[in-house]
Design a protein around this ligand. Structure first.
Ligand SMILES: N[C@@H](CCC(=O)N[C@@H](CS)C(=O)NCC(=O)O)C(=O)O
Length: 237
């Protein structure tokens, strides 16, 4: 799952902190779903990537991993000292998960998954839907495999994302980074989703004439060497 957006957050952070790390790529395609294998579920009962193994300590959830890395390797500071800025950082960490990830997931289904699911028989689809260990993931798979994602659901997801980007625009018109004056984990957690907007051709979300401050913020992050390294653009495409 090299192109996984949640893993990109973690890789950008590792690159910013110049940490050495070893990649363990998880295979996920139409035949194999290695993240659903018992050995992986043992590591992460949610059966999703990324997972960090640090000296045998297993850390899951991308935003939790970001804060863990900051706790253990505070050298290149990515969490503001000021409590107000820090609370702002955590607000955007939450947005990255509860708004960006949640809704890009809805919008990716028809664009990425539906084509490949169309090649499976009903039996194969039902078997695939029953695989995840969590009931929520099984139910969601089944619902999507049976009914797909409707145009209304897509419209709502895009509108929710646009609303969140409007909030970013207002904020970034008055400060350089999401948590204030310092580049932080908040920027790292949000930025990989913008590549997903581009890849999914969600033009309204990457129209910088409409949101110039967000466009400027995105360009400033793209210029950082850690962005290219973390996104691993060549490998992901
Ligand atoms: N909240 C989790 C979400 C992780 C997640 O959904 N990862 C995706 C890739 S970005 C995944 O493993 N998907 C596999 C699946 O849902 O079966 C995090 O931020 O770590």
């Amino acid at each position: 799952m090299w192109p996984s957006t949640c893993s990109k957050k973690v890789r950008i952070c590792l690159a910013e902190k110049h940490l050495d790390w070893e990649s363990r790529a998880i295979q996920a395609d139409d035949k194999v779903e290695e993240h659903l294998e018992p050995w992986f579920v043992e590591l992460n009962p949610n059966a999703v990537v990324p997972v960090l193994d640090h000296n045998g300590n297993i850390i899951v959830e991308s935003c939790v991993i970001l804060e863990y890395l900051e706790d253990v390797y505070p050298g290149m500071r990515l969490r503001p000292a000021d409590p107000v800025a820090r609370s702002q950082m955590r607000y955007w960490l939450d947005r990255s998960e509860s708004v960006l990830h949640k809704n890009i997931n809805v919008l990716s289904h028809n664009r990425l998954m539906a084509r490949f699911l169309g090649q499976l028989s009903l039996e194969e689809k039902l078997a695939r839907a029953a695989r995840p260990p969590r009931i929520g993931a099984r139910t969601e798979r089944l619902r999507r495999y049976e009914h797909g994602v409707s145009a209304e659901e897509e419209e709502l997801a895009e509108a929710i994302l646009a609303e969140c980007l409007d909030d970013m625009e207002r904020l970034l018109a008055g400060q350089p980074w999401l948590a204030g004056e310092e580049y932080s984990l908040a920027d790292i957690a949000m930025v990989p989703f913008f590549q997903r907007f581009e890849v999914n051709q969600l033009d309204g979300l990457v129209d910088w004439a409409r949101r110039p401050a967000v466009g400027d913020w995105y360009a400033r992050i793209c210029e950082r060497p850690a962005y290219d390294e973390g996104m691993a653009l060549a490998e992901a495409q």
